[in-house]
Design a protein around this ligand. Structure first.
Ligand SMILES: Nc1nc2c(ncn2[C@@H]2O[C@H](COP(=O)(O)OP(=O)(O)OP(=O)(O)O)[C@@H](O)[C@H]2O)c(=O)[nH]1
Length: 874
């Protein structure tokens, strides 16, 4: 290499001559004019100086600049919402990039490669054009190479100095093989790991890397091809939308805030449009997305929001607009949800829970085309305390069941069947209202006939009335058993008479109710009672299919230490067989064993037969439906569905029958009476409370004590309150654990009192809110018509003298003729002389025009009155 003048060198390195001269001066070289010759040694010194100036302190003059490290730090913030409705979190993201740049001149390349080879030994001989281009990394591999200073090196150093950003990046960590970038004359290596400044490029790894990159490339291409159509379509749609928006904009003539907005929006699709580069673009929706939202009978606000892909807060806001206050976890009814969904522009698909269940059951059951055969009636016995319910049941069981079973009654379950000459009768063996109401509270009207037992010596008592009411409410036919006929003071006529007062009329008195005289002690009349039941059954034409898949009702269930869950079920349709898969409410299982009412194992049971079954996953509730399903999967799914449904029902039940809500439910016409279930510590306070509360009734609101009893609040009381939609009142008594659980589960409104006055006062307050405000009328003035004029504007105008009170223009009036009201309406005009007046007082004259009435005559009187609403208290 020959020595060059400063000018020549400046041309070679392509920097201004003045700058080179300055640099030579800074480096302490003698060359100071453009024509001074620079020796090889001087070039070396200049290079060394420039490197030092660039911050690369090297040992000795021979050291060469190896790298420039650029660090970039970017801080940005992203907002993220974790749960719907919660405040968004701001996350600060800091991205740190570190890149080291290194320069080599073309002639060094071979040496560089040889260095790489020496380090990575054995080094592969890879043609440049076959090497993959690493994503991010160029490698410093030249530290050992003794730099040879050439014009090119100086030129590059000059570039480093002047335009650092055009230098290619070289990172420090090396994994794979070197790549020669011919154009830039750099060594390029991809990086991985933490190993610094070390070249570890083995041929095997290099091959693998190449393979990996090829594979990546191939997958990318595949994905592009796969998505190409969709992306193209989206882009076309977007372009069309953008075009339309532009047109709209130009139609509106541009300008204004709206136009700007449109313009701004219109740009977005253009930005998003490029199709070719469509790997991971976020596509802005070009039209509102319409979802098909399936709404079950009850839906929780957050679930609804999720279905529409919006935040729950937005749903709550919309609900507020609809006048409905709801929280994120509250369930709303189907209708409200449907309105909301429609308002938000989505499509509603109503889904009834029954539909869903039917759909699921359709899989489990075949269509019921079975022939229905006559079946036994299912009977419940009710009546007042000590009137002989248990005695009657016992008598029937002893005489009927024991007779047919060797060994007598070994065990008794919640229901049993008796055989008669005319057929069987099934009794639900939980006397009283408890069982009946418990069933009804769960929506199972399993009873066909109710026998109301009335002690003939005692007559109709409060619970007799309740029994009748319950039976009537359930629309179940009644048979009256007048018991204790063996007693000398038995007076059946009195019973008949008292019952007729509450609407139960005996057949012999022209009614439709069978009355039977019996004695549970002597057994007199019990056969006739059973016959009467059979007759009733014939009237009712009770039928059920005896074959095929069994279904029915759970009568009771318990957890047995040895046997697990034991449920007494009453089969209503079909025949249940041992080993079948059954679903009972939200429990399921295979019938492991089956026993009849006497504890005898049986293999199958038909309609109206009560059986005890073992094998369920848990204890179902009395009143739960039971049915045989095809397989365990269906049983499990349905059980789960029912469990979910129970949650919602709990929500719904919580909104039922609250003392606080009595008024609002009254105003919507939902409630005409307040039902109460009262439990007290002693009989005296019960009577006092009952009397006081019932006397709060008036013609608009009826306070009914559905049941009053002495003692703690038990499960039966809660069930009764549930079935009769009553409010529970505990006076100096508390609910037991089971009752408390049920109260909580079903959301029954329970109030405890220890002062009678407090109880009366609170119920009074609740129902005085219920009373419609009284509208009172007050006559505020009277005017006598002295003359009648015709006015083109108002028609007949009465010239009047106010003879009492005052006449006000906005108040309603009546026209009286000889003290008889002949017209009621409004004033059209009220004038004093020629001026309009708002009010004219007694003793003054005025002109009155009556709206839509022209027949005012001299001698008439105009009565002015006022209507005021007065909130009533009891
Ligand atoms: N003389 C006579 N006494 C009867 C008759 N039926 C029941 N009794 C008696 O009346 C009392 C009450 O009978 P229960 O069968 O316990 O009455 P209940 O209606 O089941 O009573 P609770 O279970 O407390 O509601 C008992 O002492 C029976 O012996 C009857 O026909 N004649």
């Amino acid at each position: 290499m020959s020595d060059k003048t400063v000018r020549q060198l400046a041309e070679v390195v392509r920097i201004p001559l003045e700058r080179l001269l300055e640099q030579l001066k800074e480096a302490g070289l003698s060359a100071s004019s453009p024509d001074d010759v620079i020796s090889e040694d001087e070039k070396m010194r200049l290079l060394s100086h420039l490197r030092k100036r660039h911050g690369k302190v090297e040992d000795g003059v021979e050291s060469a600049p190896k790298r420039v490290t650029l660090e970039r730090r970017q801080v940005s913030e992203i907002k993220q919402t974790n749960a719907p409705g919660s405040a968004p979190k701001t996350i600060t993201v800091e991205v740190r990039k570190k890149k080291t740049y290194i320069k080599r001149e073309a002639d060094d390349v071979k040496e560089v490669v040889s260095v790489v080879e020496s380090v990575t030994s054995p080094a592969p001989e890879v043609p440049h054009n076959e090497l993959p281009i690493a994503d991010e990394v160029l490698v410093p591999v030249v530290s050992e190479v003794k730099p040879v200073v050439t014009e090119a090196v100086v030129a590059e150093i000059a570039v480093i100095e002047t335009e650092t950003d055009v230098i290619e990046p070289v990172l420090t960590d090396i994994e794979l093989k070197p790549e020669l970038d011919i154009e830039d004359k750099f060594i390029v290596l991809p990086i991985k790991g933490e190993t610094k400044s070390k070249v570890v490029a083995k041929p095997k790894e290099l091959d693998e890397a190449k393979k990996k990159l090829d594979e990546k490339e191939r997958r990318l291409q595949e994905s592009i091809n796969k998505n190409a159509d969709r992306v193209r379509q989206q882009a076309e749609e977007k372009q069309a939308a953008a075009h339309k928006k532009k047109q709209d904009e130009s139609n509106r003539g541009g300008g204004g805030r709206d136009a700007k907005k449109v313009k701004k929006k219109g740009k977005q699709p253009q930005r998003a449009a490029p199709v070719s580069d469509s790997k991971h673009q976020f596509e802005m929706p070009s039209a509102p997305i319409v979802y098909e939202v399936t709404i079950p009978e009850m839906i929780i606000v957050s679930d609804l929001a999720q279905k529409m892909n919006i935040k729950a807060a937005l749903v709550i806001k919309h609900l507020m607009k609809l006048g409905f206050m709801a929280t994120i976890n509250q369930s709303i009814d189907q209708d409200t949800a449907a309105i909301l969904v429609e308002e938000m522009g989505h499509k509603v698909i109503m889904q009834s829970d029954d539909d869903l269940e039917k759909e699921m059951l359709a899989e489990a059951q075949i269509e019921d085309v079975r022939i229905a055969l006559p079946r036994a009636p299912i009977v419940t016995i009710m009546g007042h305390v000590d009137h002989g319910k248990t005695s009657l049941l016992d008598y029937i069981r002893k005489t009927r069941v024991a007779a047919g079973e060797a060994g007598g009654i070994t065990q008794h379950i919640g229901a049993y069947q008796v055989k008669t000459d005319h057929g069987a009768v099934t009794f639900l063996d939980t006397p009283g209202h408890a069982a009946f109401t418990a069933m009804r509270a769960r929506g199972a009207d399993v009873t066909d006939v109710v026998i109301v037992v009335v002690a003939a010596d005692d007559g109709v008592m409060p619970q007799t009335k309740e029994a009748v009411e319950h039976a009537k409410a359930a629309n179940v036919p009644i048979i009256i058993a007048m018991n204790k006929m063996d007693k000398p003071d038995a007076n059946p006529d009195k019973v008949m008479q008292e019952l007729s007062v509450i609407g139960v009329l005996a057949e012999e008195w022209g009614g439709d109710v069978q009355f039977l005289k019996i004695s549970a002690k002597t057994g007199v009349g019990i056969d006739e009672l059973i016959e009467a039941l059979i007759v009733q059954t014939e009237i009712l034409e009770l039928t059920a299919p005896a074959e095929g898949v069994a279904s029915g009702i759970v009568i009771e269930s318990r957890l047995d230490k040895g046997r697990g869950a034991v449920a007494t079920v009453l089969i209503q349709k079909g025949t249940l067989e041992n080993g079948q898969m059954v679903l009972c409410g939200h429990e399921y299982g295979r019938v492991r064993a089956m026993f009849n009412e006497n504890g005898k194992p049986i293999k199958e049971a038909g309609p109206c037969v009560p059986v005890e079954i073992l094998g369920l996953s848990g204890t179902p509730n009395a009143g739960d439906e039971f049915l045989v399903v095809q397989n365990e999967r269906i049983a499990k799914d349905l059980a789960k569905h029912r469990e979910d449904r129970k949650k919602f029902t709990r929500h719904a039940a919580q909104q039922a029958s609250k003392l606080d809500e009595v008024f609002s439910r009254m105003t919507t016409g939902e409630l005409a009476s307040v039902n109460l279930v009262i439990k007290t510590d002693v009989q005296g306070s019960l009577e006092a409370l009952r009397g006081s509360l019932v006397s709060l009734s008036n013609e608009e609101v009826e306070v009914k004590v559905v049941f009053g009893g002495v003692g703690g609040i038990n499960e039966g009381d809660v069930n009764l309150a549930l079935a009769s939609n009553s409010i529970l009142i505990g006076f100096n008594v508390r609910a037991d654990a089971t009752a408390r659980r049920l109260i909580e589960e079903k959301g029954v409104d329970l109030h405890y009192y220890s002062v009678i006055y407090d109880a009366i006062d609170e119920v009074k307050k609740a129902i005085s809110g219920m009373l419609a405000p009284e509208i009172r009328e007050q006559i505020v003035g009277l005017a006598a018509v002295r003359d009648v004029f015709k006015s083109p504007k108002f028609g007949a105008v009465a010239g009047c003298m106010v003879i009492d009170g005052f006449v006000k223009r906005n108040l309603p009036i009546r026209v009286l003729r000889e003290n008889v009201v002949i017209y009621e309406g409004q004033l059209e005009s009220l004038r004093r002389f020629k001026d309009d007046a708002a009010e004219v007082k007694m003793g003054m004259e005025c002109g009155i025009g009556v709206k839509n009435y022209n027949d005012v005559r001299v001698g008439d009187q105009i009565e002015v009155f006022e209507r005021t609403e007065i909130k009533r208290v009891l």
